[in-house]
Design a protein around this ligand. Sequence first.
Ligand code: 5GP
Ligand code: MG
Length: 478
Amino acid sequence: MCAVVGVHGTPDAAIWVRRALSALQHRGQESAGIAVADGSDIRVFKQVGLVSQALPESEILKLNGSIAIGHVRYSTAGKNRIEEAQPLLTECYHGMIAVVHNGNLIDQRGLKREVLMMNGTFQTTSDTEIALQMYAQTNKKTLDERLKRIGERMKAAFAMLFLTENQLAILQDPYGFRPLMIGQIGSATVIASESCAFTQLEQMSGQEADCIRDVLPGEIITVGQDGIKATSWMDIPRQRQRCIFEHVYFSRPDSITFGHRVQKVRRKLGQLLADVSKINADIVVPIPNSGIHAGIGYAEASGIPIEWALVRNQYIGRTFIDPLQSHRDNGVVEKLLPIVHLIEDKRVVLVDDSIVRGTTTRKIVRMVREVGKAREVHVAISCPLTISSCFYGIDTPRREELIASRMNVEEIRAQIGADSLTYNTLENLFAAVSPFAQEYCTSCYTNAHPLLDKFNLHTDNGYPERRHDGIQPHPTQG
Ligand code: 5GP
Ligand code: MG
């Protein structure tokens, strides 16, 4: 869970990257950073926190250079946070090189061992450093060739941007797990995880933004003084594995991700969900923010009126993890409160995107019943049951912590205290992204992991080692 941005061809590239990162803040709130190249040197500025505080405009203005990359990071809480923040920068035989990464390398242990055997060293626990080390250890002549070499070795999942003293480069894994788009804004070339970044830059610069295209799986693109050069490094075409969760939850609704308007996909999921659920109710209440567009679709298809009966506190960013167990147990959802007179005595359908651990959902159901005085509380979820952790860049908890890996729908319904619980079907998920259904990774809903099988990466407990294993409540989307 991260966002990456690259800008080439404007004198204030760092300021552009900063602004783009702010539009991508929902993809990561732990740290933010920028690397800028001025033709002979690369400088990095990064800090923990949100873009607005971590990257003060006064500091970023000092970073001169016409090429820059940036990153916002979503990591688990813990030590060494600033050391793990990106961009990572190093100097090697080929010159200076900085990198930002969205994704998760599925074979971190094996790749690390390879680097160490070549006398490499690591200063962070981040899998991104593996890419830098491998880059430094290749003896290929050109930037493309070096990236091709490390791309082949890293397998998946990565959407990476590299910065040298005078070039920007993109490396996308052969399956295309994470979104990455190329845009043109005036004379500048911009690469970003989501197209909302282009809209933001259009606003800032007053120049029209063109979304040119998605970066293709297995593509290497270099952007330098002599223009844009794209090559593919895949020997054989592979089955695409676009992350379906980008549509369900992760991307912003105003983005076009994998060729689909995210808002439209969510609304369609809500419409299809209403057909599955067929609940008699008086009002549909979307759970903000993640349930909003599915809730709208649900109301449209069911004919049940929508009420915006849950108010989200906009000043609570990252939901505070309360250290007092007593506070956690009594089920307070600090960032949501009901508008009681809209709910009182009503049969309510709450619509949300996912149930992960089930703890938040249980608290909301209880609050709507007890504080909101609802007569009935039904829950409808726009995706299928989340039964597997993600190994490709989404920070879901360990499998045991996923409520749907332990319980069936009826047991989950009882656990969250709802009168009924409906999940969407996998078929509906595919229908919402048609005609590209076969090009999506749905491992979190099917627990099928073709890549782990292919590379024989299952370990004793069935899964490769994952560094990220905590889920933090999402501040901007909720
Ligand atoms: P739960 O009931 O599982 O505790 O929480 C469900 C809520 O978590 C949903 O509103 C959903 O939007 C949100 N959610 C789903 N996936 C993620 C994720 O990957 N990260 C975070 N922070 N929240 C998520
Ligand atoms: Mg939510």
